[in-house]
Design a protein around this ligand. Structure first.
Ligand SMILES: [Fe+2]
Ligand SMILES: [Fe+2]
Length: 194
């Protein structure tokens, strides 16, 4: 699958989660346990998505476009802020003020980040690289996502080498922790391409 179709499928899936989570009630009991599962799915999907963009997509943008560094730096700045919000969700629980604050902030910032990528970066990138390169990049993203970290790791530097090496180590630990905690069973299904 070409890189942009692959990333778009992730975005559609995350935007769908935002739709459900937007204005989620701050109730108790069953409502909160349903909310926690949905938010865990969001944290997993976003952690994997941003990790593979940082491993492969942003380096390709830097290479392909004259203003690639500027676009990549801006996007990665947004991703780092996003990871801090996801970490706040990991560190708190439904019903706690910080949990709901971080969720609301993440939904707003996440929509803006996706719009920035799709509206400002993708058209330039698509015009600058050929179909074959988009396909190749798509395959790399698809392979990397299978072993990508499932937690945000806001303190891991977002540069591609660190993400590929230290990031992979973190991913192994994440997957072990997921299996032990039963969190693996909550993994969101891979989105279907549209
Ligand atoms: Fe991103
Ligand atoms: Fe993205």
């Amino acid at each position: 699958m070409d890189a942009l179709s692959f990333l778009r499928a992730d975005h559609q899936s995350v935007l769908g989660m935002f739709e459900v989570l937007d204005g989620a009630p701050k109730g108790t009991g069953a409502t909160e346990s349903g909310l926690a599962t949905m938010v865990t799915n969001l944290v997993i999907a976003e952690s994997q998505h941003e990790a593979i963009e940082e491993q492969f997509f942003w380096p390709a943008v830097r290479k392909a476009l004259d203003n690639g560094d500027e676009l990549a730096d801006r996007a990665i700045g947004q991703e780092q802020e996003g990871k801090k919000l996801l970490q706040r969700l990991e560190d708190s629980k439904p019903g706690e003020v910080d949990y709901h604050d971080a969720l609301a902030e993440f939904i707003k910032a996440g929509r803006e980040h996706i719009a920035f990528e799709q509206d400002q970066v993708w058209p330039l990138f698509a015009a600058a690289v050929g179909k074959a390169e988009l396909e190749q990049l798509g395959e790399k993203l698809e392979t990397a996502k299978k072993v990508a970290p499932t937690r945000p790791h806001p303190d891991t530097p977002p540069n591609p080498m660190v993400q590929k090496t230290m990031g992979t180590g973190a991913a192994v630990i994440d997957h072990v922790r997921d299996a032990v905690s039963g969190r693996a069973g909550e993994n969101p299904p891979d989105p279907q391409a549209h």
